[in-house]
Design a binder for this molecule. Structure first.
Ligand SMILES: *Cc1c(COP(=O)(O)O)cnc(C)c1O
Length: 437
């Protein structure tokens, strides 16, 4: 364990920790982090996708430098600033027509989803909200209240109903997963959840923290139809998988749907804290002074976000996510043919998941092996974390700038890590201080 990691434990609280191994870094460039021991670590997590362009991206650095050299305040609460206006105009051009109204800015996916949850109820007068079991919409009281992830230590909202996310692997086929999930929803609408009382349905176009679940074809199209029929607002939480990561600019585009409200976060600031909600004018302007924190609309963070969106466009990063994601996916598929711990490889673009099982027939989750695998990969020079309601899905959210050779390099390390875990060459006591989630 490095000195920096040990020192941290004597000064920094653990309450925000979600640790998988003793990682301590002092810098980074592109897809690599620099460990405090001088090691170069290939970063397949990118701080849960937040470092969307990779570390120290020149465009973000330049935008931040410029914004701080002539600083237009620190907030949009009581003044307009140019970066926020430019960013809002840009975001409006990137969502479907029905969402093209106004933009609200926050710091995080959590405050954005919390704001949406309060806003849809206040603006429509309908008391209920739908979301998915396993959904992670944030870590504040109000965003946990509309989430369904079992690792969260917070109460759910009184008006919340959780519905199952279709899981093609667990159900045996996409069709079975889709039919079961839709039947559940229709039964709810016919019984305990009167649809005319539902303000909004929060969806993750790919359920990332719940296990990187890709929805079956046609599922969200049917959900959209039900929402339209009953006047329910469809909210797409694009926080982790949006902004190009899935191989389309918006991840909901894969399902051919048009949400009413789109939530952006994580990668939007390229590593700086900023989030955005985009939605219809009547909803977004239903009140003033409704959801605000002092440095919301920070012009430095907004400038970083503008640079991120421009780089995604100019450097064709959506296409890169698709192309490099395919290379990564194929390499993982080849790994699955050799490594029996791998039960399923799934995802889209550079949002990929590998589910580890102890037995391919029973599909028993291999949670302990998953924790050991990410630990071993870290020892070998690769950073990746795991997700899933049963803690057994390796998550791949590398920078959108990842190259094909970096994709291959990471898979080679993972190959070794899996082999070491399968052969019981990794000391289990290493996990004692790393509960993960
Ligand atoms: C991470 C995440 C959030 C919360 O974002 P924070 O920046 O952690 O507040 C919300 N929704 C999804 C889908 C996420 O992955």
């Amino acid at each position: 364990m490095s000195d920096l990691y040990a020192r941290e434990s004597r000064s920094v609280s653990k309450m925000a920790h979600l640790r998988f191994f003793p990682q301590a870094v002092v810098g980074g460039s592109g897809a690599y982090l620099t460990g405090d021991d001088g090691r170069q670590l290939l970063d397949f997590a990118a701080s849960w996708g937040a470092v969307s362009l990779g570390h120290s991206h020149p465009a973000v650095r330049e935008a931040v430098n410029r914004a701080l050299s002539d600083q237009a305040g620190a907030s949009y609460l009581s003044t307009a600033n140019e970066s926020c206006v430019l960013l809002a105009e840009k975001l409006l051009s990137l969502v479907p027509e029905r969402a093209r109204g106004r933009v609200w800015f926050g710091h995080s996916g959590s405050d954005a989803n919390e704001t949406v949850a309060r806003m849809v109820v206040a603006a429509t007068g309908r008391p209920r909200i739908l979301a998915f079991s396993g959904a992670y919409h944030g870590g504040t009281v109000g965003s946990m209240a509309v989430s369904g992830h079992p690792a969260q230590q917070g109460a759910r909202a009184e008006g919340l109903t959780l519905v199952p996310y279709p899981n093609s692997y667990a159900a045996g086929s996409p069709e079975a997963a889709k039919d079961t999930a839709l039947a559940h929803l229709e039964r709810l609408f016919a019984t305990e959840v009167p649809p005319e009382e539902v303000a909004a349905f929060f969806i993750e176009p790919i359920q990332s923290d719940g296990g990187m679940l890709v929805p079956p074809d046609g599922y969200f199209k049917a959900v959209e139809g039900l929402c339209r029929k009953h006047g329910i607002l469809l909210v797409s939480d694009e926080v982790k998988v949006g902004l190009g990561r899935s191989g389309r600019f918006n991840a909901f585009e894969h399902s051919g749907i048009e949400p009413d409200i789109v939530v952006f976060g994580k990668g939007l600031g390229g590593g700086l804290p900023i989030s955005a909600v985009v939605g219809p004018e009547a909803i977004m302007n239903h009140a003033v002074a409704f959801s605000l924190q002092t440095v919301h609309g920070n012009p430095v963070c907004a400038a970083a976000a503008l640079a991120v969106l421009r780089a995604i466009e100019h450097d064709h990063l959506v296409e890169n996510a698709e192309r490099t994601g395919t290379v990564l996916r194929k390499a993982l598929d080849r790994l699955a043919a050799r490594q029996t711990l791998i039960g399923n490889v799934r995802g889209r673009g550079l949002a990929l998941g590998v589910e580890l099982v102890t037995d391919r027939v029973s599909r028993e989750p291999a949670a302990r092996q998953t924790a050991l695998t990410v630990y071993r990969a870290f020892q070998l020079g690769l950073v990746l974390y795991y997700v899933g309601v049963r803690s057994n899905v390796l998550e791949f959210t590398p920078p959108l700038t990842l190259t094909e050779s970096q994709a291959q390099e990471g898979v080679a390390i993972l190959d070794q890590a899996l082999a070491d875990v399968a052969a019981a060459r990794v000391d289990e006591s290493l996990l004692a201080a790393f509960a993960g989630w």
